[in-house]
Design a protein around this ligand. Structure first.
Ligand code: BES
Ligand code: ZN
Length: 881
């Protein structure tokens, strides 16, 4: 169906299902090309629906083989079956069973939705609407059923057969070479949480006893030969299960919890009840094939999918408009877990970087939408940074506003009251309103209003009266479909910083909530502080307490003082980012005077050199974050219009080099002191030391290329882990030279049989900021490891290129043409991956006119293609609107 014809689905049109399905008995006989599915559905009219309605079940590319009601085959005149729907106009007036037989070809399923085969493994992906590619069903999250699943397969081909819930029976089918397994999941669930896996898989396992005394068998399944790389995922699982008991009081609720890694997967991972299916990139880890970053993401994603068991599965979403109910909340939970396992400030800084680069940029462009969208054509296009990352920020603000205790009580109430239901944001917020006694109706605007608010702050000190006045105002720019904006509730954590740290806060105003928190819930606010002994520097939005832009007119000297003395680590980091951002925004405009940038570079260089000398070894992970400047894309977003990527890039380069030069003297000593001894360990402290060393290496490569290249080669040769090797490669990519090409070739040779490592190699090359990169990327598409059929390869090489600010946005428009051609080609086999790739165009409207023209042409070419998927057509249409 073309997008123009695709219906717009609206939140306000939600109606309960006319029918319910209490139980589902699936009998699935796996075969690479001809898989038979028999579904026995127990149907009953929904008392909350329209009485006497026809029964309309969803399908997607389905072929019906047989149909019966209460065991009797149905006459052809009594139903209509198309690939998209099964309609029974006059279903029986009583409860009945419907038996549906369909036949599937998992090997031909390149969309990787529904049942497919990935490297000889059968697996499923059903969220959001993939179950309808397996059988006709009421494929909506508010229809919850108890599933019993019998799987049958060739034993040699699929010795492992897994589904949701607990294993209740298994055995051979004598004389046939086939075997079966029966799984039962006692917890009613929507169809999107159904899963099966079949294949030859190795596993690692461990017993676990929950806090409430329930024994659970945990296992992580991987491709044969890879069990040695599954240990970290299993270890992470145990730790996050304990954490959820301790922090949220949540215990696991089945006898089995299985995680399976597959190599072709559209997303990162999926929380199917008791059977999480993962992109292998987020499971497999050993020191030779995974970086510190990979270890951290595996830990976070294992936790994320596990946490969904309560926030997503036990309590699911009434409809897909409520997606943030499970995703935003679960991202918040995984962020908290990682913060507790690692360093809270460093995790917060990393999360805010992601928020700004992905969500703020979404909010600033044509794809902006509220955390709870009001309408969609293709739900798969709404698994966005806004729903996920901003959704998590909303929960974080709620916690700040009502306090830790009320937040926990509200969560407890939510678990108690909504368990077993398909819930809404309203039901969720009601629990916190009740627990805190606060009216949250204004706060709820965060779910409805798109756009990133800007807070404008200014302060005045009256030395004679010892009074400090802080004026705050907020505004949100218009976004598509929302020209007028209302104020939102902004929790602003803050302090007034004096010469010797935070000053005491005394104010008469009731807008000040105490404990260093201001709640800005109107358009503006003026706060007076009394008995302020000296002129303070305001430190606002500590810990990034609200997802907003802050405009506060502090000079570089004040920001540098915050950097050295703010008690809030986040704002220490932010202070330096602000100095750099301001200088780059000014210098990054075409033809801008570069002298102020040079002055800033000197000041930053001195501050960083002093900081590293004093503190470089105290908290290297934090220091690494401090050294990392805002990315060129962040500067582009701040500039916001008429963006010239080359000018920004040049300014960014010159600032980085100057900082590098200032640090050069101290670098060898510091790098040596940071070296970790003994075998590689993935813990946060060791990772932090590597991160800082590698940050320094990158700066050396920029400002002293010859010496930098020596260091890269040296580190590449000496490294006993992928983190350091890859960092050496990445730093070397900044140095155009024959030596770079040699190192690139050595890397490929060393990891020739490791596609996941070669993904990093592909991406490192796709990110090279040079005009020759486009040809390099085209050539890499011919490399044996590359395949348009594998989402990880596409994301690494093509997605990497689309994230290359200067080369994707080449002045001749060739970058856009290349990516849009691939989107068109990929759309025929995998629309979801194609549409995500097309999302790379989301910031095209901020570019200077010439590039805008080329980008618009590329988008229009896509939009004009006949037979586009709904996924791609929807993005193209909204990006162009
Ligand atoms: N429920 C999602 C998986 C999903 C995403 C299904 C999109 C259908 C469409 C899962 O819980 C998830 O959020 N996965 C993330 C990783 C997570 C750590 C944010 C993903 O796959 O990117
Ligand atoms: Zn999720």
């Amino acid at each position: 169906m073309r997008n123009d014809d695709a219906p717009l689905i609206r939140l306000e049109d939600y109606r309960p299902s006319n029918w319910l399905i209490d139980t589902v008995d699936l009998d699935i006989s796996l075969h690479p090309q001809k898989t038979r599915v028999r579904a026995l559905l127990a149907l009953r009219a929904n008392p909350a629906g329209e009485p006497g309605s026809p029964l309309v079940l969803d399908g997607d590319e389905l072929a019906l083989k047989a149909l019966s009601i209460d065991g009797r085959p149905l006459d052809a005149s009594a139903y209509e079956a198309t690939p998209q729907a099964l309609t029974i106009p006059n279903p029986p007036p009583h409860d009945f069973t419907l038996t549906i037989e369909t036949e599937l070809d998992p090997s031909a399923n390149t969309k990787l939705m529904g049942l497919y085969r990935s490297s000889r493994v059968y697996c499923t992906q059903c969220e959001a609407d993939g179950f309808r590619r397996i059988t006709y069903f009421l494929d909506r999250p508010d229809v919850m059923s108890v599933y019993t699943v019998r799987l049958e397969a060739e034993k040699a081909e699929a010795p492992v057969l897994l589904s949701n819930g607990n294993l209740v029976a298994a055995g051979e089918i004598p004389g046939s070479g086939r075997h079966f397994a029966v799984w039962h999941d006692p917890h009613p669930k929507p169809a999107y949480l159904f899963a099966l896996v079949g294949g030859a898989l190795d596993h690692v396992r461990q017993d676990y006893v929950t806090a409430d005394g329930h024994k659970v068998e945990l296992a992580v399944y991987v491709e044969p030969g890879k069990a040695g790389r599954a240990g970290w995922a299993l270890d992470s699982l145990v730790r996050c299960m304990r954490w959820d008991e301790q922090v949220f009081g949540r215990n696991y609720d089945l006898d089995v919890f299985n995680v399976v890694a597959v190599s072709d997967f559209n997303m990162g991972a999926m929380e199917n009840k008791g059977l999480n299916i993962f992109n292998d990139k987020y499971v497999l880890a050993d020191p030779q094939t995974a970086t510190d970053g990979d270890y951290a993401s595996i830990e976070a994603i294992i936790a994320h999918e596990y946490f969904h068991n309560w926030t997503g599965n036990r309590i699911t979403c009434r409809d897909w408009f409520q997606l943030c109910l499970k995703e935003g909340l679960t991202v918040f939970r995984d962020q908290e877990f990682s913060s507790d396992e690692r360093s809270r400030p460093v995790k917060r800084i990393a999360d805010v970087r992601t928020l700004r680069s992905t969500q703020f940029s979404e909010d600033a462009g044509p794809l902006a939408h509220p955390v709870r969208p009001r309408a969609y054509k293709e739900i798969n296009n709404f698994y966005t940074p806004t729903v996920y990352e901003k959704g998590a920020e909303v929960i974080r603000m709620l916690k700040v506003l009502i306090g830790d205790d009320a937040f926990r009580q509200g969560m407890d109430l939510y678990f108690e009251r909504c368990d077993g239901t398909a819930a809404t944001i309203e039901a969720f917020l009601a629990c916190f309103a009740e627990a805190s006694g606060q009216d949250l109706s204004d706060f709820a605007r965060w779910y409805e209003q798109a756009g990133t608010p800007t807070i404008v702050a200014s302060g005045r000190y009256d030395a004679a009266a010892k009074r400090y006045t802080l004026d705050l105002a907020q505004s949100t720019p218009p976004t598509p479909g929302q020209p007028e904006k209302q104020p939102v509730v902004l929790p602003i954590r803050f302090g007034l910083v004096g010469a010797k740290g935070d000053l005491p806060l005394k104010t008469a105003s009731n807008a000040y909530a105490g404990d260093g928190l201001i709640v800005l819930d109107g358009a503006c606010l003026s706060l007076g502080f009394e008995d302020v002994p000296e002129a303070p520097i305001p430190s606002l939005l500590r810990g990034f307490s609200a997802p907003a832009r802050l405009e506060l007119d502090l000079g570089d000297a004040d920001l540098l003082r915050l950097f050295s003395s703010d008690s809030d680590s986040f704002n220490r980091w932010q202070a330096l980012q602000s100095v750099a951002t301001r200088a780059l925004v000014t210098a990054g405009k075409p033809g801008a005077d570069q002298k102020p940038l040079a002055a800033t570079a000197t000041a930053l260089g001195e501050a960083l050199d002093a900081f590293l000398k004093a503190d470089g070894l105290t908290d290297p992970a934090f220091a690494a974050q401090v050294l990392r400047l805002p990315a060129p894309a962040d500067i582009a977003r701040e500039i916001g219009k008429d963006v010239d990527p080359e000018a920004i890039f040049a300014a960014h380069r010159s600032l980085s080099s100057a900082i590098g030069k200032a640090l050069l003297g101290n670098m060898p000593g510091l790098s040596a002191a940071l070296a970790t001894s003994g075998p590689y360990r993935p813990d946060a402290a060791s990772a932090g030391r590597r991160a800082l060393r590698n940050e320094l290496l990158g700066l050396a490569a920029l400002c002293a290329p010859a010496k930098g290249a020596d260091l890269c080669e040296e580190q590449f040769g000496a490294a006993d882990n992928l983190t350091d090797r890859l960092a050496a490669l990445a730093a070397m990519t900044l140095i155009p030279s024959e030596r770079r090409e040699v190192l690139i070739a050595r890397f490929a040779e060393a990891y020739a049989n490791e596609p996941l490592v070669l993904d990093k190699w592909l991406m490192a090359q796709a990110l090279i900021p040079e005009p020759a990169t486009l040809d390099r990327v085209k050539k890499l598409m011919q490399h044996p490891v590359f395949s348009l059929g594998n989402p990880n390869r596409v994301r690494a090489l093509i997605g990497g290129f689309a994230a290359n600010l200067t080369q994707f946005n080449r002045p001749d428009g060739e970058g856009y043409g290349f990516v849009s051609d691939i989107v068109i080609a990929l759309d025929r086999t995998n629309p979801q991956v194609a549409s995500r790739l097309l999302g790379s165009f989301k910031s095209w409207r901020m570019l200077e006119p010439r590039r805008q023209r080329f980008a618009r042409e590329a988008l229009s070419t896509v939009a004009r293609m006949p037979n586009l998927s709904r996924d791609v057509a929807d993005i193209a249409e909204r990006a162009l609107a």
